[in-house]
Design a protein around this ligand. Structure first.
Ligand code: GTP
Ligand code: MG
Ligand code: ZN
Length: 336
């Protein structure tokens, strides 16, 4: 039912580095010509749960993939037992070329990149208005990651029953980023899911944010049937006391093309892998004011035109403060 575009031989050659001479290693191809296409729903210690047509299949990576790892959101080719029956195991023989790869580091000085999800085209940045308190720094960092990774951001502000959205909307309302505000009551009436769903059709949306902001609650409200069907096959989706999510889980939208990906809560969203000169793109309200900046302005120096831009009322001073704080934490780690 769900098809992900045919792979081509060209893709295959490009994605497989060829170390042993000049001949592309296409000899593997004919063996797997009849491989089925699947979508990686979740990964748990080497076991990958994939959706193949409409069947939930457990798979392992085939030896020939070497060190290449499939991640949630990957489109893969599978062979072997695709029945989805208990205790069967299929093999993933190919990972299709990725349209995007959302990554983060634990901290800005952490060289180790964690992949959040492959092929996402939208980043839903989920922030609770209270419990836990909203953290604009984390929002800004997620925005930088989204812009840098070519994902469209969507701001989801939850728990408006506990606190007002006014302050956050004042900061981010001018950004032209689509946003949705939800409350406990709207979750119960289904309005919350409806409002978020308007932004999801045809897209792969990754939900990210601090632990406890309500990502899983929302994803479950969005795709209740698929959630039950698929997690019936997946052990250990949640665990560790509270219902905190421990691994990413992709679920197909019901009644529309598209996927939602629930991810574990993050404490920080490290940007060590992102060039500081690209950070400004995540601040379009400020980027518009950089025309008079000196060449190669760091935007954190005395001649930067942004002070005047803010003084003239074109952007909120809190946003400039936020940009500079982000740039300076990035810088501090550069020499490390
Ligand atoms: N008052 C209120 N509580 C909410 C709302 N949305 C979610 N919650 C509660 O917030 C708590 C945390 O929700 P989760 O959905 O588990 O949060 P999460 O973002 O998935 O957390 P992690 O998996 O740890 O990252 C739960 O007790 C929810 O019932 C809301 O709109 N209002
Ligand atoms: Mg969760
Ligand atoms: Zn500047």
């Amino acid at each position: 039912m769900r098809r992900y575009g045919k792979h081509t031989d060209e893709d295959d050659i490009r994605s497989r580095p060829n170390r042993k001479g000049n001949r592309p290693r296409t000899h593997i191809r004919p063996k797997h010509e009849d491989a089925a296409e699947g979508f990686v729903l979740t990964v748990d210690r080497g076991r990958l749960t994939c959706l193949v047509e409409d069947t939930v299949v457990t798979a392992m990576k085939a030896r020939e993939l070497g060190r290449k790892a499939a991640v949630v959101g990957d489109r893969v080719a599978l062979v072997g037992d695709l029945s989805g029956a208990k205790d069967t195991l299929a093999r993933i023989v190919r990972i299709e070329e990725r349209a995007s790869l959302l990554r983060r580091t634990a901290d800005d000085d952490d060289p180790y990149e964690r992949v959040v999800v492959a092929n996402a085209d939208q980043l839903a940045i989920v922030t609770a208005l209270a419990d836990p308190e909203p953290r604009p720094r984390l929002i800004d960092r997620c925005l930088v990651a989204a812009f840098d990774g070519g994902l469209t951001p969507l701001l989801v502000l939850t728990k408006s029953d506990l606190a007002s959205a006014d302050e956050i909307l004042e900061l981010y309302g001018a950004l032209d980023i689509p946003y949705v505000v939800t409350s406990r009551e709207e979750l119960e009436t289904g309005q919350a899911a409806d409002r978020v769903r308007e932004h999801l059709a045809g897209k792969v949306t990754a939900f990210v944010g601090h632990s406890g902001v309500g990502k899983t609650t929302l994803v479950n409200a969005l795709v209740p049937k698929e959630r039950r069907r698929i997690t019936g096959h997946v052990n250990a989706v949640t665990g560790r006391g509270r219902h905190t999510t421990t691994s990413a889980l992709a679920l197909p939208l019901e009644g529309a093309e598209g996927w939602v990906v629930d991810t574990p809560g993050v404490r920080s969203f490290g940007l060590a892998h992102i060039d500081p000169s690209r950070v400004i793109h995540a601040f379009p309200d400020l980027e518009a004011g950089t025309g008079d900046c000196p060449r190669a302005c760091s935007h954190d120096e005395p001649d930067c035109a942004l002070d005047q831009w803010v003084a003239d009322g074109h952007a909120d001073p809190a946003r400039l403060y936020s940009l500079r704080r982000l740039l300076s934490t990035r810088e501090r780690h550069e020499g490390d």
